[in-house]
Design a protein around this ligand. Structure first.
Ligand SMILES: C[S@@+](CC[C@H](N)C(=O)[O-])C[C@H]1O[C@@H](n2cnc3c(N)ncnc32)[C@H](O)[C@@H]1O
Length: 173
């Protein structure tokens, strides 16, 4: 997992954290315990690790959980990005996960007008999927939009912690 560019840990604060279920908090507490004991075994002093409080750790993970992108490299050209991206998913070509500050601000839509793509390297690029009006919000799709309404809603609620209010979901499609 990388936080792209020269972003400082504090700059994560501007990102929205996900709503954490009780299970997620328990999972994080376990991870925090393991991390602390790993540092203790490596003889890293408490003083050096003073920043690593449970609250700090949980708040960083809560932000990473909802804002991280799964990078799928589309090797090739812009010509046929969608089939290239589909081929990538099929080939399980994910090369990692990363948080990008600006792309983290894009909301989700089950019928998106934009798409994040990676061409040859891990620089996130935004590609419009249709003509976009001047004041229109750019919205990307966080999940597989081919799922039906109930599956999408449940996936977004369980995985991302929100009830989708996009036009497609509101129309019941
Ligand atoms: C990655 S952030 C997107 C940017 C965020 N709106 C902000 O202001 O920083 C994801 C969060 O935005 C909100 N969100 C994004 N898409 C949404 C949608 N289709 N319906 C409802 N809430 C959505 C949810 O609160 C979700 O947890």
């Amino acid at each position: 997992m990388v936080i792209s560019g020269a972003a400082s840990a504090e700059s994560l604060d501007i990102l929205q954290p996900s709503n954490l279920s009780h299970e997620m908090v328990l999972e994080m507490e376990e991870g925090y315990g393991l991390l602390k004991s790993g540092f203790a075994m490596a003889n890293i002093s408490d003083e050096q690790m003073a920043f690593l409080t449970k609250e700090w750790y949980n708040s960083v993970l809560a932000r990473i959980r909802i804002n991280a992108f799964r990078i799928e490299l589309a090797v090739g050209s812009y010509e046929d990005l969608l089939s290239s991206a589909a081929a990538c998913i099929e080939a399980e070509a994910a090369v990692g996960n990363a948080v990008y500050m600006l792309p983290s601000l894009y909301n989700h839509d089950c019928d998106p007008n934009a798409h994040i793509v990676w061409i040859d390297n891990a620089d996130a690029q935004l590609k419009a999927l249709c003509d976009v009006e001047e004041d229109e919000e750019l919205r990307i799709c966080y999940i597989d939009a081919s799922m039906d309404h109930d599956a999408r809603q449940s996936f977004l609620l369980q995985g991302f912690g929100f009830k989708c209010n996009c036009l497609r979901c509101l129309s019941g499609d």
